[in-house]
Ligand binder design. Structure first.
Ligand code: ZN
Ligand code: ZN
Length: 209
């Protein structure tokens, strides 16, 4: 990695750090990274063990999605302080220019990443607050036009929801489907992002910066 440099002999101490840190600490190999993921997985296991009367199975996808988005945002924020500290301590004198350049590159990259995490977090918060899990409530004309049976359970609609592709399903049927798939079961149109985390999976992507 091109960023790896020998730390200079003299260090300006920044509050919060008594010893100089190296690039590997910044990447989180030694410190916070495994920590955050293990907590996330443990919380999800707790939710999986919850009895159905406390948390209905259809609602769990939303909760997993919410926890995952909080965890990703948290881990993304955690790496900021060590990286800034590392970049500031590693360059001295005329090399400060290099540090300033790297810092600005870092800040821009971090902002883009944070915006992504915040969008996922906003989606998850919005989803968990809604009474309907997916799509919108269809009007009676729309239900009539769709025929009177759900194409998943081939029965009358129970609390019908209309997806963005205008297909209508029972809410329980489509919730169950979306915990595994991310497309409409009829036309395969993809449904909004964020649903990848509904099945309780955790990202183990390397939080490099
Ligand atoms: Zn159905
Ligand atoms: Zn569809």
């Amino acid at each position: 990695m091109s960023l790896v440099r020998q730390a200079p002999a003299k260090h300006h101490h920044v509050p919060g750090y008594t010893d100089p840190i190296d690039v590997w600490s910044c990447c989180g190999c030694r410190t916070h990274r495994p920590h955050g993921e293990i907590i996330t997985v443990n919380v999800k296991i707790l939710i999986t063990m919850m009895p159905a009367c406390l948390l209905p199975f259809q609602k769990r996808g939303k909760v997993y999605l919410f926890i995952e988005s909080v965890s990703q945002l948290y881990r993304s924020l955690l790496t900021i302080q060590p990286w800034l500290f590392y970049l500031m301590q590693s360059y001295e004198g005329s090399e400060k220019m290099v540090a300033m350049f790297l810092l600005s590159v870092y800040v821009v990259a971090k902002l883009v990443e944070l915006l992504m995490r915040i969008r996922l977090f906003k989606n998850a918060t919005w989803t968990i607050l809604q009474s309907v899990n997916f799509g919108t409530k269809p009007t009676s004309e729309q239900i009539l036009a769709a025929g009177d049976a759900c194409s998943i359970c081939h029965d009358d609609f129970k609390t019908p929801v209309r997806l963005s592709c205008s297909h209508i399903f029972c809410e329980p049927c489509i919730s169950e489907w979306f915990d595994r798939e991310h497309t409409c079961p009829l036309c395969r149109a993809s449904v909004e992002d964020g649903h990848a985390w509904r099945n309780g999976s955790t990202t183990f992507d390397f939080q490099l910066y």
